[in-house]
Design a protein around this ligand. Structure first.
Ligand code: AMP
Ligand code: MG
Length: 310
């Protein structure tokens, strides 16, 4: 893990307007002081990400979140009480304290309190909320280890905090509670059903609404390895040499990876498996479609985005 000195150094960098790569329980983030527009501009520059994509702001408490929200609806209060710290981003109306560059000019901001102890300690120590998208170049696969961050951004940032492999392994669930009726903008490991249970009401699924937001999840090649990814059924592999990720083995391949049979553990290792398959530099990566069922919906969503072919 990391020392107090390292953490203090990282907090100082954040306060000075520099970038720090941080572990969170979802994926590694490229963090900057969210209240410093110049620092946030560096995130876009380093990632090569278009400034039309809003960033998630990470906080260390519900109070810190409330301070950035023009309106903190009851739904936000109930969901934060139940799921924070954890992999749920709440989109609410923002105050003027949040620079427009953080939210791609939107009047709303996505807020999340991460549960990773290093992320929390760093935000507390820096004393400011941190804007942090995944710590990879734009369109690349999200990093779930410090090594992934080093491979993608090691030549562009000085400070990478190593907090071990990410426990959740895929990006947070994103829910908008800004417009009155709650809308799920991105599925994650906190499920649609869990959100509805806490809210005691129907949660719309955001295809159309998400289209109204310039959100990075909409870019086709988001979350994708460099190697062509095929989502396959019944072991229908392409010709040539490739990697085959399966729960239920249906075929033989050069590089075969057994994936865990439950959705939580599958999500945990998905990006690591894709990173390794990608590094093998084969002709393709084929992923056997995992089971259907609500608990798999976030995994299916990320696989659809990673797959260039179906
Ligand atoms: P990433 O930083 O790559 O994990 O992606 C951030 C995600 O947060 C996007 O896919 C959006 O769905 C969502 N998001 C962040 N801020 C907002 C916002 N103000 N309005 C709508 N969606 C947002
Ligand atoms: Mg990303």
């Amino acid at each position: 893990m990391i020392s107090k000195t390292e953490l203090e150094h990282a907090a100082r960098l954040l306060k000075e307007g520099q970038l720090v790569a941080i572990p969170t329980e979802t994926v590694y983030g490229l963090a900057a002081n969210a209240l410093n527009a110049e620092a946030v501009a560096r995130i876009y520059e380093v990632k090569g990400r278009p400034a039309s994509s809003p960033l998630i702001v990470h906080v260390a408490s519900v109070e810190m979140a409330r301070g950035l929200a023009r309106d903190w609806p009851e739904a936000a209060e109930a969901l934060a009480a139940r799921f924070w710290p954890g992999p749920l981003t709440l989109v609410v109306e923002r105050t003027e304290a949040v620079p427009g560059i953080v939210t791609a000019g939107l009047g709303t901001v996505g807020l999340r309190m991460p549960s990773h102890p290093i992320a929390l300690a760093l935000i507390r120590l820096a004393g400011v909320p941190v804007a942090a998208p995944s710590a990879n170049r734009f369109t690349e696969l999200s990093p779930t280890t410090a090594e992934h961050v080093r491979a993608s951004l090691g030549d562009r940032i000085e400070c990478i905090l190593d907090g071990g492999p990410c426990e959740v392994g895929i990006e947070s669930t994103v829910l908008s509670v800004a417009g009155g009726a709650p809308v799920l903008l991105r599925p994650g490991m906190i499920s649609h059903a869990q959100l509805e249970a806490v809210l005691g009401r129907t949660v719309a699924i955001g295809g159309a609404v998400e289209g109204a937001h310039p959100s990075p999840g909409m870019h086709e090649r988001h979350y994708a390895p460099r190697t062509t990814v095929y989502l396959v059924r019944n072991g229908q592999l392409p010709a040539g040499r490739g990697a085959y990720l399966y729960v239920d083995r249906r075929a033989e391949a050069e590089f075969a990876v057994a994936m865990p049979p439950d959705a939580v553990r599958y999500a945990q290792v998905l990006y690591e498996a894709l990173h390794r398959a990608d590094e093998a530099r084969l002709e393709w990566i084929a992923v056997e479609a995992p089971p259907d069922g609500a608990e798999w919906s976030a995994v299916h969503d990320r696989l659809r985005r990673a797959a260039t072919r179906e």
